[in-house]
Design a protein around this ligand. Structure first.
Ligand code: VNL
Length: 388
């Protein structure tokens, strides 16, 4: 009896010790694929910084496992993103893929997520259809139609009837153009021309000349994060603002990362988006201060928030599943409801897409610095691109 008790106690002790070391060694791996170099490097920099901030604030152990963040640069080339994703799944056996700075990079990776049953958290790319490219996609960035429709509702009540649209010629630009035009037309306004510029290194000059000749009340623009400054500069150089043409767009053009360096031409520009660094909430103030402190004063933009919230979704799902993977981890991401620095948000369990407020904002000088000042809120906006 004594002996048996002793033996079983010993067994339990040994098993406990074994389980203890196993837990300490087991890892929860996050493969974060981002454009860290090239024309979209600011997106990679913002998201990586936000992911590291989240880990610094929430610890590097989750669900009993040590979190390993593996950051890879895809240089914004879809074939590179796809190859890296494959390596991360096969060699590193990551629990989750994350990042995806542009739509083509997310679309190139979606089949790998499906085949390997690996959840894929899209933190940046914003074409509506991305969530339908794989049942393993969960999105924490935004969908272009959310922002485009909100602005098309604001425009006709604010002295703007005739609009020309100018968008980058790929997924999110085409979504922006389509949903803005449909809604504005429905609201009694008019899109008198739709212009598309190349996604990479666009020369806006000939397009802006055309806009000047067409003399609309406003020019609606979508260009991806990082490209807004060049657009603003050429808009000013051509004297468009002085010709009485208002500049409006989704918040991608007044990106917080570079807004302050755009100068007076940006002042007064009205945009619609889900995040502003000046969003007035205690949580956002804390987020912005911590982000700036950790990154030599860099102001977080909407990309940073997509990354920060993406990490939140991953961490909470890892907690629920004790560091799980595959479908269990995916299911634990669906339906999460929480407060983000952007405001309230949730992951729609059906669509796996983000539902959040869209704000109408105006660029204003606050304490000598340019900010997107939110002045109107459309609550709990679902992606209008998914009517089914
Ligand atoms: C996309 C959409 C990229 C919005 C962006 O910046 C952006 C995309 C790089 O889906 O490719 O602001």
């Amino acid at each position: 009896m004594q002996k048996r008790y002793f033996l079983s106690a010993l067994m339990v002790g040994l098993l406990g010790a074994y389980a203890g070391t196993a837990t300490a060694q087991e890892k929860f791996k996050i493969g974060l694929i981002l454009p860290m170099t090239g024309p979209f490097a600011s997106t990679g920099k913002q998201i990586e910084a936000a992911a590291r901030l989240y880990m610094a604030q929430n610890g590097d152990t989750v669900g009993g496992k040590k979190v390993e963040l593996i950051v890879k640069d895809d240089t914004s080339a879809p074939d590179v993103t796809k190859r890296i994703a494959q390596e991360l799944v096969v060699n590193d056996k990551v629990n989750v893929l994350a990042g995806f700075g542009l739509t083509p990079l997310a679309l190139a990776t979606a089949p790998i997520a499906t085949q390997s049953k690996t959840p894929m958290v899209v933190m940046a790319a914003a074409t509506s259809s991305i969530t339908q490219a794989s049942p393993y996609v969960v999105r924490t960035s935004f969908a272009l139609p959310q922002a485009a429709v909100a602005l098309a509702d604001w425009v006709p009540n604010n002295g703007i009837k005739k609009v020309v649209t100018l968008v980058s010629d790929y997924g999110p630009g085409i979504d922006a153009e389509k949903f803005f035009k449909e809604r504005l037309t429905f609201n009694g306004g008019e899109v008198i021309d739709t212009l598309r510029v190349p996604m990479r290194n666009p020369d806006f000059a000939p397009f802006l000349q055309k806009v000047r000749d067409l003399k609309p009340d406003a020019l609606f623009v979508f260009v991806p994060s990082g490209a807004g400054a060049a657009l603003m500069k050429q808009f000013a150089e051509r004297g468009m603002d002085k010709a009485g043409i208002k500049l409006i767009g989704t918040g991608d053009i007044t990106d917080d990362d570079i807004l302050n360096s755009m100068g007076d031409v940006a002042n007064g520009v009205v945009t619609s988006h889900h995040y502003s660094a000046s969003h007035n909430s205690p949580l956002n103030k804390k987020f912005v201060a911590a982000f700036e402190k950790a990154n030599a004063g860099l102001r977080p933009n909407f990309m940073a928030v997509g990354g920060y919230d993406g990490m939140r979704v991953i961490y909470e799902a890892a907690k629920t599943t004790k560091g799980g993977s595959g479908e269990a981890l995916l299911n634990a991401m669906k339906g999460q409801v929480f407060e983000s620095p952007r405001g309230p948000m949730f992951i729609d369990a059906q669509t796996r897409d983000v539902v959040h407020n869209i704000y109408i904002r105006k660029v204003e000088k606050v304490g000598g610095q340019l900010f997107n000042q939110e002045f109107s809120t459309i609550p709990d906006v679902k992606d209008p691109g998914k009517s089914k």
